[in-house]
Design a protein around this ligand. Sequence first.
Ligand code: P53
Length: 476
Amino acid sequence: MGFRKDFLWGGATAANQCEGAYDVDGRGLANVDVIPIEDRAEIVTGKRKMLDFEEGYFYPAKESIDMYHHYEEDIALFAEMGFKTYRFSIAWSRIFPKGDEVEPNERGLAFYDNLIDELLKYDIEPLVTITHFDIPMHLVTEYGGWRNRKVISFYERLCKVLFNRYKGKVKYWLTFNEINMLLHAPFMGAGIVFDEGEHKEQSLYQAAHHELVASALATKIAHEVDPNNKIGCMMAGGVHYPLTPKPEDVWGAYTSDRENLFFIDVQARGYYPNYALKYFERNGIELEISHEDKAILKENPVDFISFSYYNTRIGVAEDAEVENVESNLFQTPDNPYLEKTEWGWPIDPLGFRTTINSIYDRYQKPLFVVENGLGAVDEPDENGYVEDDYRIKYLAEHIKQMRDAVDLDGVDLLGYTTWGCIDLVSAGTGEMKKRYGFIYVDRDNYGNGTLKRSKKKSFNWYKKVIASNGEDLSNN
Ligand code: P53
């Protein structure tokens, strides 16, 4: 009983939120570099154009926590906690600085060679996100981001390089981080800045189509290069509850879930679901989808499904007049039954079990939870020690529900990586102050600090959780 013997416990990060070294060893500029802490929501959503660094703004990704120069120390700490896996992402513009080159940048690859070898040294299984919200800036300014079909072939080139280079070393790959976020944060998710009068939904779904085809092509190539490769899709998860039992609210919750599941439906089943085709028809969305695209989608579904889980959301009737609260870029009515984090995100451990089950019911493929965690303000003592009982409580409650999903419901779960296992820059707000880690990093919102790493209380707690394969969740 309990989690499988080879359950992959670990932690997750993303290149732009931790690496820093944005212009080192030939790295090109990426969309994520030019998203400042100020006016962030306007910029990630593509409402406001910022295509280069501007005076008077702070850009946290430039240095982040400088993992580029600290990875050995950081991985040693992950190993000390007993990590079985570490999820990280490749910065596309390290490998192809502009995105459309033919030859990759060897110095950029060398960084990942070293990082991967360092993980293997400790028997830590790499779990690689090929793109985590990043795209080279040149592909944004010259090609219009993922709107443009040509970007598929540039992505394909990146995949070929990675799959060949890391054959036999990396087995688990995710094609696009939180692919459904493209609809909510188009600049971050797809390098899209809207033009005046543009049919936004048309562009978004065309970009989505390009990412979906690129993801299927990646799956195809990965399997050709090495049949042992396992490719996963990745969605921002969290089911919608109906605001009330009123049938219109239930329907609202149902259709809101579909907005997210649409992407996974295509990636897991290999074709566009009818509800999406009908939606496009009704809303004047005409997508360019070739016969060849359809064949590629059909023949290359993903091997497993991964997702992030932070909270559930609320769905309402289409014409409902409710007050929305902003929660991680989604607008949703408040759920009065749930406590909230300091950033207003609802805390819902049982919703985690519901979410895991609903995804498993729908696809019947192995699942991988690749993000979960609590963003909170930490108050370190003079040694950098943080007594983060709130984080331990959050994680213990979620792991308990995940265990029930496995034990009581029989879900096939491959592993669990907590978000931001080491403190890093928040994607949503650009802050350092919003911390998720077991490891504290001395750095503030505006880049002051020594970057010194230190263990929080949760460090030893998670170590014990892993050592007991999730059986011992006690905090003592
Ligand atoms: P932060 C919201 C906004 C942006 C990215 O979020 C998000 C979400 C939550 O759905 O998704 C993931 O840093 C993302 C990570 C991110 C994490 O959530 O805003 O994959 O990059 O850091 C947590 O607290």
